[in-house]
Design a protein around this ligand. Structure first.
Ligand code: TXA
Ligand code: MG
Length: 334
């Protein structure tokens, strides 16, 4: 299959929008930018279309997809019996990087929900995503547009790397703004429960609702509440070891002894006494780290580096960044 790239970095052309919407309406898949990461979209009401997403990504079929819509009315039409606090959350944070898991009203195909009785819905704030959603007037199921297990794509070239030849179209909207996936919050109970941390934090939600729980995000294989949590995510091609700052020199020495090519990712100070093949700062501040993280993880390849040693950044308070780093790690030494 030939993969066409639509360049929308500068302008959202109405002609191109119609072409993209037509593809989606015909049951094809299209990758497009959201404010978090690029998504691989298809008509959420069309089972054959949704199956194409799973096939292109190599995604396990028991991992449900997030449905994207342009308006609050559309969001509420897809769900049943939302608790009262959901309207307040939607008013405050949507459009934006948050996904609400609610009781499913049965409007989307069961491949989207992996036959659960809940559905995850979000209103992205990216102008290209919103324009596509408005043009199609469809609920669009869209997981991150990477091959399953790879870091999520934050620019169109990442999508092309993973999915060229497997999907008909990629919409290039440049780099995404947030850089990590949306907060997923289970709103089926009397208290919101964060299943996946993201840019909207537990503190943000608590300010609106008065209370908010957080699922402990350990890697687990036992029927977790959010099916996606049991899979290893975001893994770079090269093994990544997350190491407490005090132990970094020791671990580097250990790998040097084995003649390994080492990439070092540091937090605030560059370890001046350590010489390695590749040394980079993970980012200036939390926002910068989130934006660059997946691009950084994708930038290492096996032919150049054998191991990434990453300082465990204790200065980061953001639960979402720590969560993604831990999920990317093959080993944690703290
Ligand atoms: O920012 C994002 O959320 C991006 C952009 C493209 O919107 N999408 C994204 O999708 O990250 P994906 O499929 O890579 O991650 C969706 C997560 C998975 O962990 C999945 O298990 C969970 O949301 N999820 C989806 N529907 C769910 C449901 N009904 N109940 C519990 N978890 C659900
Ligand atoms: Mg994903």
């Amino acid at each position: 299959m030939k993969t066409k790239v639509f360049d929308m970095k500068k302008v959202i052309s109405p002609q191109q929008l119609i072409e993209i919407a037509t593809l989606l309406q015909k049951g094809e898949t299209v990758a497009f930018p959201t404010e978090t990461v690029y998504g691989l979209g298809a008509d959420a009401t069309n089972e054959t279309a949704v199956e194409k997403i799973f096939k292109a990504k190599g995604r396990p079929s028991d991992n449900p997809l997030i449905v994207h819509v342009a308006t609050k009315a559309h969001l509420f039409s897809l769900v049943k019996d939302p608790p009262d606090y959901v309207a307040a959350l939607v008013d405050k944070f949507s459009p934006g990087p948050i996904t609400y898991v609610l009781r499913d009203a049965g409007k989307v195909t069961s491949a989207v929900t992996a036959s659960l009785n809940t559905v995850g819905v979000r209103i992205p704030s990216h102008p290209i995503a919103l324009a596509i959603l408005r043009e199609t007037a469809l609920p669009i199921a869209a997981p991150s547009a990477n091959r399953s297990g790879r870091p999520s794509p934050t620019e169109a070239s990442h999508v092309a790397e993973d999915l060229t030849g497997k999907i008909p179209a990629i919409v290039d909207g440049g780099e995404t703004d947030v850089g990590i996936e949306s907060t997923v919050v289970d709103c089926t109970g009397s208290t919101p429960l964060i299943l996946r941390p993201g840019a909207i934090t537990v503190e943000d939600i608590t300010k609106v609702v008065g209370t908010c729980d957080v699922l402990n995000g350990e890697k687990t294989t036992q029927s977790p509440k959010s099916p996606g949590l049991k899979y290893i995510h975001y893994a770079p091609e090269v093994p990544l070891i997350l190491v407490d700052r005090a132990k970094v020199a020791h671990i580097v020495a250990k790998y040097k002894e084995k003649n390994k090519k080492i990439a070092l990712l540091y937090g605030t100070e560059a370890f001046p006494s350590i010489t390695v093949k590749n040394k980079q700062r993970i980012g200036r501040d939390e926002r910068d780290i989130a934006r660059r993280l997946y691009r950084l993880l994708r930038s290492y390849n096996k032919s150049e580096v054998d191991v990434i040693i990453c300082e465990y950044p204790t200065f980061i308070k953001d639960a979402a960044i720590i969560d993604r780093l831990k999920r990317a790690a093959t080993e944690i030494i703290i």
